[in-house]
Design a protein around this ligand. Structure first.
Ligand code: ATR
Length: 265
């Protein structure tokens, strides 16, 4: 079988080494490659993919929304999130899924076994936030709170969450068990953080979906405050494992995937 990830730029993607290591460990003669597709050429996507006889592919930035009109079917979670990161091809038909949010939640459940009962706050309301909020709602018994700088961002959310302005978070922060940063603040070695964590309840698990840098300033602040921290590496690993399951109906070798990615970070 043949797979790929499409994006732009794509040369730094660790998906090929991660998936190929998984295939090898399961003794599968499969292949996974990276395809750089410029947004200007995206209208050729059907030809580009069919000429390679792929069985499925992942979609990353900036094409997760752009792919939707080319699908024959879309899963309920991808439809609600409005973004697709996995396509399975069967009999020339394209089926779209989103494993980003479910991947994050799978990893988080290992880190925090009582996840169902946790009170959870998500910071940011972009595509990543939406996927995580959707997946958490499926298993969590409490309302999920999402805080954002711009409240109008919630206008196109078509499932229920409790919304909050980022400015109000300091008043309520200690009522949560888990806080998840989904904003890009802290990427590219930036020292910016979305929120000051000094003095928060040390029992709160503080998460960031970023994993390069491995510890963002946000996580460093939390650690210095005595909190447990959790970065975005597992989200990347588990979204890949879930894609693999969709394509092949097999369980991925999580340990091999994670150890391989860690070597490249
Ligand atoms: P993604 O799809 O990766 O989630 P996105 O859709 O661009 O990315 O969303 C980025 C999120 O980070 C948004 O919630 C954005 O807040 P706004 O809706 O107010 O723009 C948030 N964000 C980005 N820069 C920010 C900043 N400097 N302060 C606070 N929030 C920020």
């Amino acid at each position: 079988m043949k797979f790929a990830v499409i994006g732009h730029p794509i040369k730094h993607s660790l998906s090929p080494v991660m998936h190929n290591a998984n295939f090898k460990s399961l003794q599968l003669d499969y292949n996974y490659e990276a395809l750089d597709i410029n947004p200007k050429h995206f209208h050729h996507i059907k030809d580009i993919i069919s000429e390679r006889n792929l069985n499925g592919f992942n979609i990353t930035i900036p094409h997760k929304e752009r792919i939707i009109p080319y699908l024959d079917e879309i899963s309920p979670e991808a439809k609600a999130i409005g973004a697709v990161n996995t396509v399975k091809i069967m009999n020339n038909r394209w089926f779209g899924y989103n494993t980003d949010g479910s991947g994050f939640v799978k990893g988080l459940k290992n880190k925090y076994p009582q996840l169902e009962k946790a009170h959870i706050l998500i910071l940011g309301a972009g595509g990543a936030s939406k996927g995580i909020a959707y997946a958490l709602k499926l298993i969590n018994q409490n309302p999920i709170t999402v805080a954002n700088r711009t409240l109008s961002r919630f206008n196109n959310w078509d499932f229920d969450v409790k919304t909050m302005s980022l400015d109000d978070v300091p008043h309520y922060i200690n009522t949560y068990d888990i806080i998840i940063n989904t904003t890009p603040l802290g990427m590219h070695q930036s020292n910016n953080t979305v929120l000051n964590l000094a003095g928060i309840r040390p029992e709160i698990l503080v998460c960031d979906i970023i994993y390069t840098p491995f510890e963002t300033e946000f996580l460093k602040q939390a650690y210095q405050n005595g909190n447990e921290i959790y970065n975005g590496l597992d989200m990347f690993i588990y979204q890949g494992a879930e894609s693999f399951k969709i394509w092949t109906n097999q369980q991925a070798n999580i340990d091999v995937m994670k150890n391989t990615v860690l070597k490249y970070l």
